[in-house]
Ligand binder design. Structure first.
Ligand SMILES: [Zn+2]
Length: 281
């Protein structure tokens, strides 16, 4: 996300990642876009698993306006469109945190805020998130499949990642999903989520939860992207692309409605047993 001059002090950015399940000679390919363009993310290929199913990342992602929230959509092989979301019936979504870009004295408070943000995300989605420790991993466009946990939150200098962050950026978040079709039917599921926080910028924001220019609101916004939420045009929502002094305290009504659509109430996704994480690398 970007920081702008004047009143609009920060932009959030969203990244989409498209995964190509890799064959030996084919590296995963990713495509990213920033809002607000309605972007088609083209897929880069597919591979054949041992049981003959086709695993494809070739779906199209575009914005779907639904009012106060927007979901990332994936177009399946048949042309049907579904929301890009985590399988809410997996035991837990693991996450690790990289705070190496922050002064040591500020790391404990940031970790506490991140954990509390996941607690809020849990309340909104009904899904379980499990903290599995710190990491030195920094998400980039190429390494998401190798993340040490399903979600990585990294507060680092933006120069360490290749996401298109600028001097006005506060954060960048998104998902990596995979789609499939074949004998087990078709579907799509988010496999990884990532949040990069611009360490120098975010530590200048207020701590704690509340309205306005706060670290917590940036984290919640980016976790929204890591859950499948897009930006909205309403300033009343945390998914508005700019952090302002009028940003709501945590998730607002539209954000919560969107997260509910992505969470437990949306039902389980049956991910093919043959689609394993190593297919993503
Ligand atoms: Zn954003």
């Amino acid at each position: 996300m970007h920081r702008e001059q004047g009143r609009r002090s920060a932009w959030f950015r969203l990244a989409f990642a498209v995964l190509v399940a890799a064959v030996a000679v084919l590296s995963p390919k990713f495509a990213f876009t920033d809002l607000p363009e309605h972007t088609v993310i083209s897929n880069a290929g597919s591979t054949t698993s041992s049981d003959g199913d086709q695993y494809s990342a070739g779906a199209t992602v575009k914005l779907a306006s639904t009012g106060a929230y927007q979901l990332m959509n994936v177009t399946l092989n048949s042309g049907k469109t579904v929301a890009a979301r985590w399988n809410p019936c997996q035991t837990a979504i693991t996450y690790e945190v990289n705070l190496s870009g922050l002064p040591k004295k500020k790391r404990a408070a940031m970790l506490k805020t991140i954990k509390a943000s996941f607690t809020r995300l849990h309340a909104a989605t009904g899904m379980t998130y499990r903290y599995t420790g710190t990491t030195t991993f920094v998400p980039t466009q190429e390494n998401l499949a190798q993340q040490p946990a399903e979600i990585v939150v990294a507060a680092v200098a933006r120069s360490l990642t290749d996401f298109p962050m600028t001097s006005r950026s506060l954060g960048y978040g998104g998902v990596l999903w995979s789609s499939w079709y074949g004998s087990q039917g078709e579907g799509a599921a988010v496999m990884r989520g990532y949040v990069v926080l611009e360490a120098n910028a975010i530590q200048k924001l207020k701590t704690g939860f509340g309205k306005g220019l706060r670290q917590s609101n940036v984290i919640l916004h980016e976790l929204g992207h890591a859950s499948g939420l897009e930006h909205v045009s309403s300033r009343k929502e945390q998914m508005y692309p700019t952090l302002t002094s009028a940003s709501p305290s945590g998730y607002a009504a539209g954000d919560l409605a969107g997260l509910a659509k992505l969470g437990k109430k949306a039902g389980c996704i049956t991910v093919p047993s043959t689609l394993s994480l190593h297919d993503l690398s």
